[in-house]
Ligand binder design. Structure first.
Ligand code: HEC
Length: 240
């Protein structure tokens, strides 16, 4: 007898719980999401959250070197009225609709299937899938003007893990086979080594007298990043 009554009770309880659970889940799809964890609009001293895309750290360097070069979308050239070298200009002239990449003009342009309309235009290469996804995620997360204090270790100065990622992000868009600004390429180990050997790499990033300040139009590298480059050069600029 006691066995049966327990069973009789268990079924309705289980059904009730299912109902409760399914009801509880539904609102999550329609409710506005909570503020993005790690959103740092207007704040400093924030540790980077790997799930968040940071405008100042990642999106701005990419747009400056990939689109904001002289003759294209820097403030002086402003092709089609589009300027992609500062947050305000990117939001307004890139017609960014926060939360909606599909309705954002800039996102449409970088994903345009027709090469004639695509940006950057041929013969320049399209942005890579990773770069496009980065911009997409940034817009989806609210297109914030956010910044985080990226971990930087002066003891890590290997070419593959420190130097090349830094140069790819901040320099290669203006210094590649198609667009070799100032006659300089930085899109391979050999090319970077040449600029390390002749003193121009360190001279430009540390804004020394007699060198053009690089990255052009972008923020100066942090002391830690400059130290990484300096140490790599002092070690003979190895391909490590
Ligand atoms: C937005 C485009 C752009 C970006 C990004 C950029 N450069 Fe340049 N760079 C140029 C242009 C244009 C020139 C040639 C005109 C000049 O000297 O100002 C140049 C020139 C140089 C020169 C020759 C400098 C000289 O004094 O003659 C070096 C070296 C260089 N860049 C390195 C870099 C490095 C390293 C980075 C990344 C940290 C970088 N550039 C990022 C546009 C860019």
């Amino acid at each position: 007898m006691p066995v049966i009554s327990t069973r009789v009770l268990t079924l309705p309880v289980a059904l009730l719980m299912l109902l409760f659970l399914s009801c509880k889940h539904e609102p999550f799809e329609i409710v506005t999401p909570d503020p993005i964890p790690g959103d740092t609009t207007g704040e400093t001293g924030i540790t980077c959250n790997p799930d968040t895309v940071y405008f100042q750290n990642e999106v701005l360097p990419l747009l400056i070197s990939g689109c904001g070069m002289s003759g294209c979308h820097d403030a002086a050239s402003a092709q089609d009225g589009v300027i992609l070298t500062s947050y305000q200009a990117i939001i307004t002239t890139g017609e960014i609709v926060a939360g909606n990449p599909g309705r954002s003009e800039l996102y449409e342009k970088i994903t345009e299937a027709d090469a004639e309309d695509r940006m950057p235009p041929p013969p320049m290469a399209a942005l890579t899938t990773d770069q496009i996804l980065l911009i997409r995620k940034w817009i989806e997360q609210g297109a914030k003007n956010n910044y985080c204090d990226a971990a930087c270790d002066t003891n890590n100065f290997a070419f593959s893990t420190a130097i090349q990622p830094l140069i790819n992000k901040n320099c290669v868009g203006c210094h590649n086979a198609t667009l070799a600004s100032g006659g300089i390429r930085l899109d391979s180990y050999t090319a970077v080594k040449a600029q390390a050997d002749n003193g121009y790499l360190l001279g430009t990033i540390s804004h020394q007298n007699g060198f053009a300040a690089m990255p052009q139009g972008g923020a100066k590298f942090s002391d830690c990043q400059i130290t990484q480059v300096r140490k790599w050069i002092a070690a003979g600029s190895p391909d490590n």
